[in-house]
Design a protein around this ligand. Structure first.
Ligand code: ZN
Length: 378
């Protein structure tokens, strides 16, 4: 396989979260009653003229800057012809030879290290709101684009039909829109509004909070998750511990892959910090804390409220715990004998029994110490 290099190109469509459509004032809503978000422009009525949504251009510039593209000061919209049952104009306003931005890069953490993904271009276009269709790939002379059919009997793919090429679309400059001039001052104004980008945030999480590459990567998968982690880490003052709780416990509870879900998380960052404080000051054990966490998630209550209500406070009182230790030693004479004969692993078993006898509420360090003190005297 050394003679070949695999190159995978992706065309990615991203919907911009504008209130109105790209080329008219209609609301960009999904699922509204038929014909309630249309006007002469988007219906392609004769004599109607489109106009460019400034907000959409700004979002396009932001996207382009975020992936390191150069913004083309002079760019232009183009007509791309094809039939859509949901698009009465029968052409789409897109960009072709003069896109908004080009020549970007994105660093992703892939396996053994960072990897640079080249970005060919960013362009703006309208798209129908509710129709699934095949994406069209950019033309590359050396590769035949086609749709292939899988033949399960012969275990091979066979050519079904060639995909459309750019010339099939009969692109030409959109006559109803002026060229789009993007002045450098506007670009800088938009750049100033960019949030901290994932790559920079990953690096900062490692530097500021001593997180591993893996932890920093997971915590920056979504902006809301990263914000949550930072708020909790600041409140608790223990970033490493917060990272563990977020990655191991919180992500298990949250609906999969929904960054937004964290915004409605029943455990606000301050409450997670509150739980960690109870572990730190010895009020609850780490084991009980996991149960409390689950209850916090279900009820939305604070850790303190749950611990008080359910009497989960750790037994760290020597007298009370000492009684439990005596009981365990009395019930396990054989294990005590083993321990005294040199089988030190028996201690772990006895600590486990003390935890069990106290429903997990014993302070493990204290249980350990009391056992070591009492074992020679049994
Ligand atoms: Zn419209």
């Amino acid at each position: 396989m050394n003679n070949y290099e695999t190159i995978i190109g992706l065309e990615v469509h991203a919907q911009l979260s504008t209130v109105t459509k790209m080329f008219c004032g209609c609301r960009a809503v999904f699922g509204a009653a038929p014909n309630t978000a249309t006007c002469p422009v988007c219906q392609g009525m004769p004599g109607s003229l489109p106009f460019i949504n400034r907000r959409a251009v700004e979002f396009g510039i932001m996207t382009a800057l975020a992936i390191g593209c150069e913004i083309n000061a002079h760019n232009r919209f183009a007509r791309k012809h094809y039939y859509y049952p949901d698009m009465p104009k029968n052409y789409q306003i897109s960009q072709y030879e003069e896109p908004l931005a080009e020549h970007g890069r994105l660093i992703v953490d892939a396996g053994p290290g960072p990897r640079e993904i080249g970005i060919q271009r960013v362009h703006l276009e309208e798209d129908v709101g509710k129709l699934l269709h095949e994406g069209a790939l950019e033309t590359n002379e050396r590769i035949v684009q086609e749709t292939r059919l899988w033949d399960p009997d012969r275990m091979v793919t066979v050519s079904m039909r060639s995909k459309e090429f750019a010339h099939d679309y009969r692109y030409f400059p959109e006559p109803d829109l002026p060229p789009l001039d993007v002045q450098p001052a506007w670009v800088e104004e938009v750049r100033a509004r960019l949030p901290e980008l994932p790559e920079a945030r990953r690096a900062r999480f490692q530097a500021d909070y001593a997180l591993s590459v893996y932890e920093a990567d997971l915590l920056t998968q979504g902006r809301s998750l990263a914000d949550y982690f930072e708020a909790a880490a600041r409140a608790a003052g223990k970033p490493k511990s917060v990272a563990n709780w977020v990655l191991n416990e919180l992500l298990r509870e949250l609906p999969a892959a929904a960054d937004r879900a964290i915004e409605d998380c029943p455990i606000p960052p301050a409450n997670l910090a509150g739980l960690l404080a109870l572990i730190d000051d010895g009020t609850i054990s780490g084991k009980i804390a996991k149960d409390v966490f689950e209850k916090m998630y279900r009820s939305g209550d604070t850790a303190q409220a749950i611990v008080s209500r359910e009497g989960l406070t750790q037994v760290a009182d020597e007298g009370a715990l000492g009684a439990a230790v005596d009981r365990v030693l009395g019930e396990h004479a054989k294990v005590v004998e083993d321990y005294r004969a040199g089988k030190k692993a028996a201690l772990g078993f006895l600590v486990g029994q003390v935890m069990k006898a106290t429903q997990g509420k014993a302070n493990p360090a204290l249980a350990n110490r009391l056992l070591i003190e009492k074992l020679p005297k049994v």
